[in-house]
Write a protein that binds this ligand. Structure first.
Ligand code: B12
Length: 302
């Protein structure tokens, strides 16, 4: 502490004493009690993420309020939010930040062990060693590590017609929220079609292309991976089912099909999504093809 600082403290003390003596302020407390929660500094705006506030029109004096409301109701894009001078309103900024935080939670979150246990899924790993590496090295997310190859070779049924696998992908929330709902629907549909099913399992830090590596071991006719999609600022828990006919090294997305945006929050619901997946699997088996080749064989091109 230098002399200057000591001087200032002494002056402040002197003034405080004088003010207290005059009755201008209360005497300072030895141990001031904490500020009650309701008096603490905080955001005094209504929560912008509540449904009624999320869709509130922000344009002052719109020319056609009804038309603007109709237009905004057709999309989850941030339309009609208004502005404060040239800048976004505080509500708009807070909502954006809140939605962005949800995407970060989805990307960096973990799939609940309870969800995996409920359906007796064991876990294997891609070659990715951390979540940061997962984001930077998609190529490693398409390959199983050595230990996982051995586990799959040991524990999984070989040559089934259909192999279902689950991957966290880019959204753990997608799996936590949708997998428990869609899995029974898919299983029911595949069993009703009398298809032989492989041993399902979960892959941590997975990318879609890992189905090639998996099927080098399992040799299924169709592999379906249920995986978390890249979260958006509107929906962060959407799941996709990517699938392909006899995936193997060298196969690409052109050889695959996808049923996407499966979520109970404004996408394809899990019941419908599950039914689509089952239909797609049946079609793949019927034509013994997927992706572009399936379109060609089924006469759907052009
Ligand atoms: C990122 C993305 C892409 C990126 C993928 C880049 C990369 N390396 O990650 C790029 C820009 C290349 C892309 C391209 C295409 N995409 Co895209 N893509 C997405 C997006 C936004 C996220 C996908 C995701 O999170 N996957 C999960 C993660 C974990 O997978 P990943 O292993 O990291 O990445 C793989 C998949 O994303 C896959 N993939 C991406 N798009 C598509 C589309 C199809 C048909 C297939 C089979 C695979 C596939 O390619 C990646 C590499 O293997 C989705 C939107 C959504 N709601 O899902 C659309 C989406 C899946 N794509 C779509 C489409 C149509 C395409 C294209 C056909 C567009 C075009 N006309 O060229 C191409 C085809 C891709 C191909 N290679 O054959 C549609 C599929 C609609 C449908 N039901 O068939 C979606 C749903 C967007 C939409 N709403 O229209 N895509």
């Amino acid at each position: 502490m230098d002399n200057k600082e000591i001087d200032i403290q002494a002056i402040v003390k002197e003034i405080m004493a004088e003010l207290t003596q005059n009755g201008a302020i209360d005497p300072p407390q030895e141990n001031p009690s904490p500020i009650p929660e309701q008096q603490q500094a905080g955001i005094d705006l209504p929560d912008p993420s509540l449904p009624e506030n999320r869709k509130k029109l922000g344009v002052a004096n719109p020319y056609d309020p009804e038309g603007l409301r109709n237009l905004c109701s057709t999309t989850s894009a941030r339309l009609g939010v208004g502005r404060a001078g040239p800048r976004p309103r505080t509500e708009t900024l807070l909502l954006f930040q809140a939605d962005h935080a949800i995407t970060q939670d989805a990307i960096y979150g973990e799939v609940d062990q309870e969800v995996l246990d409920k359906f007796a899924l064991f876990t294997v790993h891609s070659q990715v060693e951390s979540r940061v590496q997962y984001l930077l090295r998609p190529d490693l997310g398409r390959l199983l590590n050595e230990e996982s190859q051995a586990i799959i070779a040991e524990r999984c049924e070989k040559n089934p017609q259909v192999q279902i696998v689950v991957g966290d992908g880019l959204s753990a929330a997608a799996i936590n929220n949708n997998f428990p709902l869609i899995y029974p629907v898919i299983m029911e549909g595949l069993k009703a079609a009398n298809l032989s099913l492989g041993t399902p399992f979960f892959i941590k830090n997975a990318r879609v292309g890992i189905i090639n590596d998996i099927n080098e071991i399992i040799k299924a006719d169709v592999v379906v991976i249920l995986i978390g999609e890249r979260p958006g600022l509107g929906i962060s828990d959407a799941m996709s089912a990517y699938m392909g006919w006899q995936p193997a090294h060298g196969k690409t997305d052109a050889d695959r099909d996808v049923v996407c945006m499966i979520t109970m929050n404004g996408g394809t619901n899990t019941l419908e999504g599950g039914a689509f997946v089952v239909e797609m699997v049946k079609k793949t088996l019927k034509y013994q093809a997927s992706g572009i080749a399936l379109r060609e064989k089924a006469g759907e091109t052009g």
